[in-house]
Structures are given as structure tokens and as C-alpha cells.
Design a protein around this ligand. Structure first.
Ligand SMILES: Cc1cc2nc3c(=O)[nH]c(=O)nc-3n(C[C@H](O)[C@H](O)[C@H](O)COP(=O)(O)OP(=O)(O)OC[C@H]3O[C@@H](n4cnc5c(N)ncnc54)[C@H](O)[C@@H]3O)c2cc1C
Length: 392
């Protein structure tokens, strides 16, 4: 399949793409799906399985090969995260956050930072965490209050404040923390790499939550954390740009995890309607359900197509990439949640039972409409871009 779109680099699925997707799907079927319900009960990440995934290159998917990554494209990543999402959207989404952290260090770090942090991140011996949100600022991330004060001798910063809802907190070894080194607004924000065990770095209690139960979410507290200047990521004042650059790819990955979760729910539904009988015939004979299945499959194809196009613009560093990533995240996560909802309904009472796996996917995918920028914020990003064009 090949698609040409005016103004963007053409993209196509070739044999390499298909091989990558098949490898990730095999990993999802064999390593993720069988453990998904158990990890949810244990409320923690399966570290051994993550490290096995890293052996297949999932720990640094678009980190350069020079630094231990797989050097793949965003389109490859979209295919991988869709496949991983079929096995467990919660674990797949955490792998996405980890990849975002590794990519930020590969893209904005200096040589010493890359050599120091990337080998352990790409092998997933250490996990990454992304710390932007605070208890008083989420969507309005540029209003963050955590402070980083440079010491008088200029050797280190002292970080104070809190970071809320941090995925992987307490389990991760490497934290990218956005904190204020200057005045108000995005230009006063810098990014720092902080290691687990740093004095003053603390973690709150495990949050109880709707979905993503298999990955820990905690508050990160910064109580005078001493961070050497060598650990500042990029220049002072560039932290917000770095944080936003990471999110473009993160949004694609979350959209892809949603499509994967919904694809699992669709596949389960197709099997269920052929096995289950009502009124003396298989459910599959009912045209209403046939139409539901047709719409579910169509919506997922539409989401996939938009997501791949957005991924191709990010690969091509196209100026439209931020808008398209926001469109793809909004559309894919909404469409996939609707598919999971329909799949639950098709399964009747069994859809509500944990052992069928559908209700877990339904809950996990609901989270995706909130994280990596809510779907309202995606509309803000899209509208801003549209109006900029209209007013130009
Ligand atoms: C399970 C989970 C894991 C997370 N992991 C991480 C993580 O690892 N790292 C991290 O930094 N953050 C993380 N987050 C935080 C997440 O990114 C934020 O919750 C999200 O950005 C929304 O911010 P908020 O919760 O403060 O909501 P608010 O910003 O208070 O928004 C509340 C509501 O108002 C709407 N709204 C706000 N502004 C506008 C506007 N301008 N126009 C229209 N509507 C608007 C929002 O869409 C939302 O519906 C996580 C959250 C969850 C739930």
C-alpha cells in the first residue's frame, strides 16, 4: 500500500514495516497478552518482560543506533505501539513514555549525557519518567511552579516543588523534570535529568485509578534536590520546547496504543458473535451487530490512516506535524474508545467480566483521552494552527 499526499513526504508500508509490525504483534501475543490481567492485579510493571522487549529494540525505538537505539522511524513506532497495544494498552503506553524520555536525551542531550544515560535506558535496565504536570497545572503546563535555583558557585541547581500523576514514579531510574529557572511563562522553564536516589527526591503513594493500573502513578516531590549543572538537558529556558517536542511522538504512540487495544476488542467481538447464540442462531446473523462490526473496523482504519500520515509528517519534520499529531491523537483515542465501548456491549454481561479482558481495555483507553494533553487541548492546538493560517 502506498499513499501520496501533496505537501508531505509520501509514506508507504513496505516489507520492512510489515516485518516490524509482525515482530511486535508476536511479542504482544506471546509476552504481553498472557500476563495483562495479572499485572493489573499486582499494580506494577513486569520488568522482566519489558527487558525482553528491549532485546527486540522496544527500549529506544527512535533513539539513534549509535547510542544503542533501534534508529527506527515514527511510522515504525506507530506500527509497533499498535501491535503492543493489542497485548496490553497499559504496559504499551508506559513503553511509549519510556521511549519519549530516551528520545529526549538522544535529541537534546550532550555527548556525556547520551553516553551516561542511554545504554541503561535502551536496554530498559533503567526506566524513564516524564515529569511536567503539577498538582495545580496540567493542561496549562507552562504555568508550572517547581523551581530550579542555580547555586552561587554555579555547580548545581536546587529543585523544589511537586510533580503530579507521574507514570513510572518510584520504579523508574531516570526522571526528566521540567522546572522554572527564570520568570513566568514557557521561556522560564528548563529541563533536568534527575536520577532515582538523589537526595530530596521523593515519591507519593501509589494512585488508585480507572485504567493503566499495571503501571504505577505517583506524585514526585522535590525537596531541595541537588542536581549537577551537567544534568541540565539543553539550554536554560528551552525546557518547555523540549517537553513539547517529546509530546508530538508521545501523542502518536498513545493513539497507536488505543488503536491496538480497540483492535483486540474487535477481534474478540468477531470471535464472540460467531460462537454465542441468541434466539436460536449465532449473534453474527443479526444485521445490527454486523453493522456495528463494520463501523468499528472502518473507524479503526480511518484512525490508522490519519495516524500513519501524521507519523510521516513527523519523520519528514514537516511544519504541519504538530497539528497532525494532535489531530491523530484526538481522533484515534476517541474512535478507539468508542470501538471498545461497542465491543463491551456486544459481549453483553461477559463484557463486564474481568476475565474477558474487554472491560480492562475500555478503562485503559479512557485514560488515553486525558493524557499527553487532553483531547480538548488537542483541539486547542489544531484550532491555533488553523487560525494562524486564516489570519496570515
Ligand atoms: C494515569 C495518568 C498518568 C499520567 N502520567 C503523566 C506523566 O507521566 N507525566 C506528566 O507530566 N503528566 C502525566 N499525567 C498528567 C496528564 O497529562 C494531565 O492529567 C492532563 O494533561 C490534564 O491535566 P489536568 O489533569 O491538570 O486537567 P486540567 O488541565 O485541570 O483540565 C481539566 C479539564 O479542563 C479542560 N481544559 C483545560 N484547559 C482547557 C482549554 N484551554 N480549553 C478547553 N478545555 C480545557 C481539560 O481538557 C479537562 O477536561 C498523567 C495523568 C494520568 C491520569
Amino acid at each position: 500500500m502506498s499513499t501520496e499526499i501533496a505537501g508531505t513526504r509520501p509514506f508507504s508500508l513496505n516489507d520492512d514495516h510489515r516485518d516490524i509490525a509482525a515482530l511486535a504483534r508476536q511479542f504482544a501475543d506471546e509476552q504481553l497478552a498472557p500476563g495483562a490481567l495479572e499485572w493489573e492485579q499486582d499494580k506494577d510493571l513486569p520488568l522482566d518482560v519489558l527487558r525482553m522487549g528491549a532485546e527486540s529494540g522496544f527500549g529506544g525505538i527512535y533513539v539513534s543506533e549509535e547510542h544503542g537505539g533501534s534508529g527506527l522511524s515514527r511510522l515504525d513506532a506507530a506500527l509497533i505501539f499498535e501491535a503492543l497495544g493489542t497485548g496490553d494498552p497499559s504496559v504499551a503506553a508506559y513503553i511509549s513514555i519510556h521511549n519519549m524520555v530516551a528520545w529526549m536525551i538522544d535529541s537534546f542531550g550532550d555527548d556525556a549525557q547520551k553516553e551516561r544515560f542511554l545504554p541503561a535506558l535502551t536496554s530498559m535496565d533503567q526506566l524513564g519518567a516524564y515529569c511536567l504536570t503539577e498538582s495545580s497545572s496540567g493542561s496549562d503546563a507552562a504555568a508550572l511552579k517547581a523551581r530550579a535555583e542555580l547555586s552561587e558557585d554555579g555547580t548545581h541547581y536546587v529543585l523544589t516543588g511537586d510533580k503530579a500523576f507521574i507514570s513510572g514514579a518510584g520504579t523508574a531510574g531516570v526522571y526528566i523534570i521540567m522546572a522554572r529557572t527564570g520568570g513566568p511563562g514557557p521561556k522560564g522553564i528548563s529541563a533536568f535529568i534527575v536520577e532515582d536516589g538523589a537526595e530530596g527526591l521523593g515519591y507519593g503513594a501509589l494512585e488508585k485509578k480507572l485504567g493503566w493500573v499495571a503501571q504505577p502513578t505517583r506524585t514526585v516531590t522535590l525537596d531541595g534536590v541537588k542536581v549537577p549543572v551537567e544534568n541540565r538537558l539543553g539550554e536554560e529556558g528551552k525546557g518547555f520546547n523540549i517537553a513539547m517536542a517529546g509530546l508530538n511522538g508521545g501523542r502518536l504512540n498513545i493513539g497507536a496504543c488505543s488503536i491496538g487495544g480497540a483492535q483486540f476488542a474487535l477481534e474478540k467481538s468477531l470471535a464472540y458473535v460467531t460462537e454465542r447464540e441468541a434466539f436460536g442462531a449465532p449473534l453474527a446473523n443479526l444485521q445490527h451487530l454486523q453493522f456495528q462490526l463494520a463501523d468499528m473496523a472502518t473507524d479503526l482504519e480511518a484512525a490508522r490512516t490519519l495516524l500513519w500520515r501524521a507519523a510521516a509528517t513527523l519523520d519528514a519534520k514537516d511544519p504541519e506535524a504538530t497539528k497532525l499529531c494532535a489531530m491523530a491523537k484526538r481522533f484515534a483515542t476517541d474512535a478507539a474508545s468508542s470501538v471498545a465501548d461497542k465491543a463491551l456491549q456486544i459481549h453483553g454481561g461477559y463484557g463486564c467480566m474481568t476475565e474477558y479482558g474487554i472491560e480492562k481495555v475500555f478503562r485503559d483507553l479512557r485514560v488515553h483521552q486525558v493524557v499527553e494533553g487532553t483531547n480538548e487541548i488537542m483541539r486547542v492546538v489544531i484550532a491555533r494552527d488553523l487560525l494562524k493560517g486564516a489570519r496570515a
